[in-house]
Design a protein around this ligand. Structure first.
Ligand SMILES: *Cc1c(COP(=O)(O)O)cnc(C)c1O
Length: 391
């Protein structure tokens, strides 16, 4: 399997650069790969020789993205998919099966919640949700058939933080596979494998792309688990397109400098909102007022680029705030160079019941801001003028 020895693939790409001496890795828009003879073809198919076969299995652009993510996360191997959800799905469905149980944090991405509540039960996979704010209750929920712990930290959109050091030890004690959705932090702010995670999932669509262009997902982790995921994906077919992998791979080159600016802008905005008379409360992992600020300090380099807050008054005032924004975009994405405002209760988490939303802190007036790369003075000025008109 080509992803076992990533360096070999890099050498392969380098070798192919001799004719045009291109500086940037080219785009390999090809569905399959050729061989010198039948014996070589047999050997590559039998995993006896390194080489690509078919872009549903792997492709030089996908492999480059995987190799970069493995080195950033400190992982042994990985697989890249067409979307973040294909990654989340494969990272669970390839590992757990009929009769298995997953312990998951309740505050979770809307589509992941649908997987747990609507899709997995059809295959005999059950789950129990646990509360990020009550870690002392988790151990009692582990059953004899529990196989995996799946968490998001920081969570979308609640921005709950789970202590990864503690969780890594809990997973080890009970011999469970720890799967962390690291989409909000990215490997530059947080490396779950250092704390004992066995799998780390990402939506490449968010901070990784960073400019709202392409979709993609990457899972990295232990070789034996990635082998299972590879086998599952090779036959179920969620592979990333070479073009999207190429874009994401290039984007990783600038992720660090972009994140620095996103985090700096977010912290400044969060401080400003915390003292604003029209704001009920602000949640940002980099603010001392965040209930898990100490844990965030311990495991994250910076607070990230997302802030949530409650406009005073509730739903009507929250909507009025969104309607009055002039620069910030109203859109569902996050992790973009442009500042984005979203109303989770009516969009990303609309499929949850009112009770389910309440349980994860999505109040009717909650607004989520993905803080962009614009000059912070312009971001603050747009948000302040809209808050002024929200009354
Ligand atoms: C967006 C998101 C996903 C899903 O990614 P897509 O690329 O939209 O499929 C999964 N987890 C989290 C935390 C996300 O924010």
């Amino acid at each position: 399997m080509s992803q076992k020895k990533p360096q070999t693939d890099t050498v392969r790409i380098q070798a192919e650069q001799t004719k045009f001496r291109e500086h940037s890795v080219p785009l390999y828009l090809t569905s399959s790969f050729c061989y010198d003879n039948a014996e070589q073809m047999r050997a590559v198919f039998a995993d006896e020789e390194e080489g690509f076969i078919y872009s549903r299995f792997s492709n030089p652009n996908a492999q480059e993205l995987i190799d970069k993510m493995c080195s950033l996360e400190g992982a042994e191997a990985g697989f890249a998919t067409a979307t973040g959800m294909a990654t989340v799905y494969a990272s669970i469905a390839a590992i757990v099966g009929n009769g298995d149980h997953v312990l998951a944090c309740r505050s979770i991405f809307g589509s992941t919640h649908t997987l747990f509540t609507k899709i997995f039960p059809r295959f005999g996979i059950t789950h129990t949700y646990v509360d990020a704010n009550k870690p002392e209750t988790w151990e009692a929920e582990i059953k004899p058939n529990t196989k995996m712990i799946f968490v998001e930290t920081p969570s979308n959109p609640g921005l709950d933080i789970i202590d990864l050091e503690w969780l890594g030890k809990l997973a080890e004690k009970h011999n469970l596979i720890l799967n962390v959705d690291n989409c909000f932090a990215t490997p530059l702010l947080q490396k779950p494998i250092e704390f004992g995670a066995h799998l780390v999932t990402h939506s490449g669509t968010k901070w990784m792309d960073g400019q709202g262009r392409v979709m993609g997902g990457v899972v990295v982790g232990k070789q034996e688990l990635i082998d299972e995921i590879y086998t599952f994906c090779r036959s179920t077919g969620p592979a990333i397109s070479p073009f999207n992998a190429w874009v994401l791979s290039k984007s990783l080159e600038t992720l660090e400098v972009r994140l620095d600016r996103h985090c700096e802008n977010a912290l400044t905005l969060a401080n400003c909102l915390e003292h604003h008379p029209e704001v009920q409360n602000v949640r940002y992992p980099g603010l001392m007022s965040h209930p898990q600020y100490d844990i965030a300090q311990k495991q994250m380099k910076k607070g990230g680029g997302l802030i949530t807050f409650e406009v005073k008054g509730g739903l009507e005032q929250g909507k009025r705030f969104l309607d009055n924004l002039t620069m910030c975009s109203l859109t569902a994405n996050l992790g973009d160079s442009r500042t984005i405002a979203t109303h989770p209760a009516s969009t990303t988490h609309a499929k949850l019941s009112e009770e389910e939303r309440q349980a994860v802190g999505i109040t009717p007036g909650l607004v989520r801001i993905s803080v962009g790369l614009e000059n912070i003075a312009d971001i603050i000025s747009d948000i302040e003028q809209a808050l002024g008109k929200s009354k």
